[in-house]
Write a protein that binds this ligand. Sequence first.
Ligand code: OGA
Ligand code: NI
Length: 363
Amino acid sequence: MAPLPISSIRVGKIDDVQELIKSKPNTVPERFIREANERGVLVSHKTHLHHHIPVVDLSKLSKPHTDDDFLFEILKLSQACEDWGFFQVINHGIEVGVVEDIEKVAKEFFEMPLEEKKKYPMEPGTVQGYGQAFIFSEDQKLDWCNMFALGVHPPSIRNPKLWPSKPARFSENLEGYSKEIRKLCKRLLKYIAISLDLKEERFEEMFGEAVQAVRMNYYPPCSRPDLVMGLSPHSDGSALTVLQQSKNSRVGLQILKDNTWVPVLPLPNALVINIGDTIEVLTNGKYKSVEHRAVTNRERERLTIVTFYAPNYEVKIEPMGELVDDETNPCKYRSYNHGDYSYHYVSNKLQGKKSLDFAKILN
Ligand code: OGA
Ligand code: NI
C-alpha cells in the first residue's frame, strides 16, 4: 500500500458500524443500503457443496520433488490458480498459537472503546489506520465493516504512530505472525513457480525486498444482511493474499466463479490464499486474480486478518517472457512500476476488477 499525499477528499460522515449496532441494533442507515443489484445475498452453502474452492495440503509439498504426492499436489495447485484464483492451505506449518495470538489481539483491538481506536485514524485517502478505506466521496456507499490496516514490511512503509499501544501484546503478536506469513508466502511463490515450469526462485529474485501489509476486517452482525455489503467486490492488488478467518466464523467470503458468488467455507486451521492482480499480470493472465466480496449475517460478528504480499515498489512488472508467445499467447498487459500500480489501486474505490484496466493492453 503506497503512501498517498494528504489530500482534501471529502468523505462525509462515516458511521462506525460497531457503534451503530450498540445504539440502534435494528437500523441500517441509508448510506449502507446498496442498490438492488449490488446487495450481498446470503447463499446457502448447502447448494454449493459441489462447488468447493480447492484445498492444497502443504505437507505434501514438503516432500521430495520427485515424490508422487508432491507432483499431484503441484498439479492441484496449478489447477487451483488457473481455475479458481483461490484455494485453502492446510498443514501449512504455522503454529496454532501464533494464529490464535493474532486473532486474540485483533479481537481485543476492535472491542476497545471508539475513543481508543480513534487514536489511530485512517485519514481520508489513506489506507493505514482504523476506519474505512477506499472512500472518496460523500455519496459513496459504505461497507458494513470496520478496518484496521498497517504496513508491516519493509519497516520503511510503517507508520509507527498507527501501531497501537493497546492491547499490550498487539505489536509483538503482529510481528511474530507477519514473520510466519512472510515465510509462507515465499514458500507458496516457490511452488507457484514450479507449477508454471519456472525456476523455483523466479518470483523471489524478481520481487526484491517484498512489501507486506496487514488489514484486519471486523464485520459486526447486521439486522439486514440482505441490504448491505460487508466488503465491496474487488480483486486484490497484491501478488498473493493470505486470509485468516476467525475461529468458528460464519461463511462471509464469497468469490465470483462462472458468474456465481461461491461461499468460501472456513476450514479449521486452514488459511485462504488468493492470487492478486500482480501474479495475473506476471503470468500474462494464466493465473487470474478473482473478484471477491464479504457478506454479513444477523447472528455473529466475523473477524478476518488479511495479509497482502507484493513486490517491492521499485520493481518493474510485466508478463514474464517465459509465459508470452507472440504467435499463440501475445502479451496482454503493459509494463509498469509496482509502486505506481499500488498507488493507482489505493486511490480508487473498490470496484470489481476495474483496477487492472491500468495494466491491460486493450485492442
Ligand atoms: C480483503 C478481503 C475478505 C474478508 O481484505 O481484501 O477480501 O472476508 N477480505 O474479510
Ligand atoms: Ni480481498
